[in-house]
Each structure stands twice: as C-alpha cells, then as structure tokens.
Design a protein around this ligand. Sequence first.
Ligand SMILES: C[S@@+](CC[C@H](N)C(=O)[O-])C[C@H]1O[C@@H](n2cnc3c(N)ncnc32)[C@H](O)[C@@H]1O
Length: 274
Amino acid sequence: MTELSAAYAAAVTDRSRLAGSAYSSGRDLAARQSLYQWQTPRYDLPGIVAEKLSGVRKRGRVVDVGCGNGKFIQRLREDRPDLALLGLDIAPGILADVPGLVAVADATRLPLTAGSVDAALALHMLYHVPDIPLAVRELSRVVSRDGLVIASTNSDRDKAELDDLWRRAAGDVLGIGRGPARISLSARFSLEKASAFLGEEFGRVETMELPGTITVDDPEPVIAHMASYRAWADQHDVPFDATIERARTILVEHIDQHRVFEITCLGGVLVCRR
Ligand SMILES: C[S@@+](CC[C@H](N)C(=O)[O-])C[C@H]1O[C@@H](n2cnc3c(N)ncnc32)[C@H](O)[C@@H]1O
C-alpha cells in the first residue's frame, strides 16, 4: 500500500470521524441519497432489497449492518411487517430516528451468535470498514446455512462528472489547471472489487448493476451532495468551502448554457449465498 492510499484508507475508515462527524446525524447521508431523485431510470433500492428478501421465511430475522438513517429498515417494516429486524451501526447519533430494535455495533464484531439470522444487509457500508475481509467473515458467520447477505456499493466510474467538476473548481481556487481529486468513499470496496471480497466466503455472488443518469436544472442538489463530504474536508488539498463556491459558479454557467447538468451513475447490489 502506498503512503497516499494508507492515509486515504485511514480517513475513510476512521471510527471517530465516522461516528463523531460524518454520521453523527443523518443529515449528510440524506443529502447524498436525495440526489438520486433526479436519476433516470429511478431505482427503488429499498424495494429491490425487499424483493431479494422475498424468500426469507415468515417471521425470519434480518440484520441491517451499518443501517445509517434506517431508510431500508423503514421500508422493510412496511413491506415485510412479519420480519424481526435489527439495525446496527457504529454511529450512535444516526440511530436516533431509526424505528424498532437498534444497537451500536461494529461490523467486524457483530453481537450475534453464529447462524442466528436469515439475512444480513451491508448496504453502502463495507468501504468504511478497516478490515473488509473480517467484516465479510462476520456477515457469513451470523447468517444461517441457507441464508443470504445483500451488499451494495458504487462503481469506480460512478459520478465521474462530479469528480471532474471538483477538480476544475479546485484548480480554479488554487490557480492551477486541474486541482487535486476529491475523496472517493467507495473506492476500497467498489463494484469492481466487491465480488472478489464477497467470493471469499460465498459460493454464489449475483451482481445487479444499476446504471443511470442524474439530470438537474438547479445547482443546489449537486452542491448539497458535494458539501455532504464536509467530514473529510481536511483530506482535500484545497480549501473545501471555496471549492464548493467555485463549483456552484461553474454549475450555474453550465446550466445557463446547456439547460441541464448531467451526471452518469453506476451502483450495484450483490446478493450472496453459500
Ligand atoms: C453510507 S452510510 C450507508 C447507510 C445505509 N446502509 C444506507 O445504505 O442508506 C454508511 C453507514 O455505515 C456505518 N458504518 C461505518 N463503519 C461501520 C462499521 N465498522 N460497523 C458498523 N457500521 C459502520 C456508518 O456509521 C454509516 O451509518
């Protein structure tokens, strides 16, 4: 591992940063999630997860590891009121509004006995775990023999236009051509890497790719998304707020000229069985 990637991994997985700042409440996560309302096609991710759980027996147990603001738990409570749901997260603050049974817990030390759940969810969270193989082993340990694990993440190519916008804005702030890249949260467990990690424990890993395009005619949802990385502001070798302001100006000019700003997205859901 190079020095740069070690520093990057430390910032993305740092527990005090995750629990104390990035996910101390659901605010920044909600800003990131809300950009998808402008995506075409629109994927109903909680609905997709609920559908993947349709084979789970009545009154089965499902644990959502890194449940965040409880978006998936809330939906499962509506679609599958029979299930016994448990939400776990290392950030106590973000659990405040999650309905039902929740606990503070680490994905690498799940407070569950072996084979005790029918399904485990690890949605957009494994990239935050310092030891990803250990977390995958934990997910495998707690799931019953014929149970399943559902993970999700983004591709390395996801939202390339936002990366480009950041580098242009950062370059303008610094008075150079293209500025330094912004932090990528999912890179450690991107869609390109995920099946290899999961394949260490699961014989069958089915990947469902979810490509789409976000189209906005207003800069603010894009700016809110960019600003939701504030917890990692110190990891950008450029003043964070000044770069956001410059990005807003570039976006306004782009939308004036082209009517809309488009962002190509690629996320994915991985369903794992033994
Ligand atoms: C990007 S959010 C995803 C939340 C939710 N799963 C979703 O898809 O909407 C990542 C969540 O994982 C949690 N997390 C990060 N590292 C964790 C760990 N080692 N164990 C448990 N939760 C963790 C964070 O606190 C945060 O709430």
